[in-house]
Write a protein that binds this ligand. Structure first.
Ligand SMILES: [Zn+2]
Length: 115
C-alpha cells in the first residue's frame, strides 16, 4: 500500500510521530527496499530524510518548493541536477552545495574538490 506521507502530514491527517511509525513499520517489513516508492517520496525528499531532516520539514518543502540557491554561496543550486546537502536554518531546511561549508565548520578547505 502506498501512502503519500508528506501530503498526509501537510494536511494534518497524521502527525509526525504517526509518520515515523509508518516509516518504521515499512523498514521492519519485507518491503523496506521499496520505502521510497511506498511513501511516495521523490529522490530529493528521500535524500533530505537520510541527511536528518524530519518528515514535517520535508512536507513543508514539498509544499513551498525547494530553494533554487545555495544557502551559503547564494549561487544557483538545482536540486534535481546538482549534488547538495540539506542545511538547517531555524525550523526549516535549505540546501547547500556539497563544496560550500557553513562558516562555523572546522573543515573550511574546499580547494581540493574539482567538479
Ligand atoms: Zn554554494
Amino acid at each position: 500500500m502506498i501512502i503519500d506521507i508528506l501530503t498526509e502530514l501537510f494536511n494534518k491527517r497524521i502527525n509526525l510521530s504517526k509518520a515515523n511509525a509508518i516509516y518504521e513499520e515499512i523498514m521492519d517489513s519485507k518491503y523496506a527496499g521499496d520505502v521510497v516508492l511506498l511513501l511516495n517520496l521523490t529522490q530529493e525528499e528521500w535524500s533530505a530524510f537520510c541527511q536528518g531532516a524530519d518528515f514535517d520539514l520535508i512536507s513543508k518543502r514539498r509544499h513551498k518548493g525547494w530553494p533554487r540557491k545555495c544557502a551559503i554561496c547564494n549561487k544557483t543550486l538545482d536540486v534535481k541536477k546538482q549534488d547538495w546537502f540539506v542545511f538547517f536554518t531555524g525550523n526549516k531546511i535549505t540546501l547547500r552545495h556539497v563544496v560550500c561549508f557553513p562558516l562555523s565548520s572546522p573543515t573550511l578547505d574546499s580547494s581540493s574538490s574539482g567538479q
